[in-house]
Write a protein that binds this ligand. Structure first.
Ligand code: AMP
Length: 217
C-alpha cells in the first residue's frame, strides 16, 4: 500500500504527475479540486456551496473539505494506495489527515512564480472529459477543441490573474507551513517542476524508489 501526498503551487503539474504516477502502479488519484469542480459542473448542492469561493480563488471551509476527503477515502477503492492532490492545504487539514492516515511520502513540485503565472494563464480544460491543455506546452490539435472528445475547451473560472493572486497568497501563507511540518517528519521530496512532464515523473519515481513509468498498452 502506497499513500502519497502531492503538493505544489498552482500550475506546477500536480494533476499531470498524479495521473502518471497512478497509471501503471494502480494507485487512485484523489483530487479535491476535481471533486469540487465536478459538483459545480453538475449543479449539486455542494457545488452551489463552493462555487463562489472557488471562482474567487479562495479556500473552501475546512469542515466541508474534511467531509469530502473522508467520504472519498472511505470508499476504499484504493487497494494499492492513493495519491492525494490539493490536500492538505493548511495546518488544520494536515492534522486531520495525519490523525487518520499514515503517509509514505510527500512530493513537492517546485516552480518559480513567473513560470506559475505563465502556465496557469494559458491553461485550458475540457469540461466534458476533464482533459487538461496548455496553450504553451500542450496545445490541442485543433484550436479550442478537446483531442479526446471534441468538446469545446474552457478556461477554468479560477484561472484569472485576480484569482491566481488570491491562490498564491493562500499557498504562501497557509500551505507552505504544512510543507515545513511534513519536512520536519522527513517525508518531503523536492522536485523541480520546470522540465517536461516525463522527466519530472522520472525524478519523482527515483525519489520514491518506485519502478520507472510504463505506459499502459
Ligand atoms: P485545485 O484544483 O487544487 O487548485 O482546487 C481548486 C479550488 O478548490 C481551490 O482554489 C479551492 O477553492 C478548492 N479547494 C481544493 N482543495 C482544497 C482544500 N484542501 N482546502 C480548501 N479548498 C480547496
Amino acid at each position: 500500500m502506497r499513500k502519497y501526498v502531492i503538493m505544489g503551487v498552482q500550475g506546477s503539474g500536480k494533476g499531470t504527475q498524479s495521473e502518471l504516477l497512478c497509471d501503471d502502479l494502480d494507485l487512485v488519484h484523489i483530487s479535491v479540486g476535481d471533486i469540487f469542480r465536478w459538483h459545480v459542473q453538475n449543479h449539486t448542492k455542494l457545488g452551489a456551496q463552493v462555487r463562489r469561493t472557488m471562482n474567487a480563488g479562495e479556500l473552501v471551509g475546512d469542515d466541508l473539505v474534511e467531509s469530502v476527503v473522508r467520504e472519498r477515502l472511505d470508499q476504499h477503492d484504493w487497494n494499492f494506495g492513493f495519491v492525494i492532490d490539493g490536500f492538505p492545504r493548511n495546518g488544520r487539514q494536515a492534522e486531520f489527515f495525519m490523525e487518520s492516515y499514515d503517509i509514505d511520502g510527500v512530493i513537492h513540485l517546485e516552480l518559480p512564480e513567473d513560470e506559475v503565472r505563465r502556465r496557469v494563464l494559458s491553461r485550458r480544460l475540457c469540461p466534458n472529459c476533464g482533459m487538461d491543455y496548455n496553450l504553451i506546452a500542450d496545445r490541442p490539435k485543433e484550436d479550442g477543441r478537446c483531442d479526446i472528445c471534441g468538446h469545446q475547451l474552457i478556461t477554468r473560472e479560477d484561472d484569472t490573474p485576480e484569482a491566481l493572486d488570491a491562490r498564491l497568497r493562500d499557498y504562501n501563507e497557509k500551505t507552505r507551513p504544512v510543507l515545513e511540518l511534513f519536512r520536519r517528519k522527513e517525508f518531503v521530496h523536492d522536485i523541480d517542476a520546470r522540465p517536461p512532464a516525463e522527466e519530472v515523473q522520472a525524478k519523482i519515481r527515483a525519489a520514491l524508489n518506485l519502478p520507472a513509468y510504463q505506459a499502459h498498452a
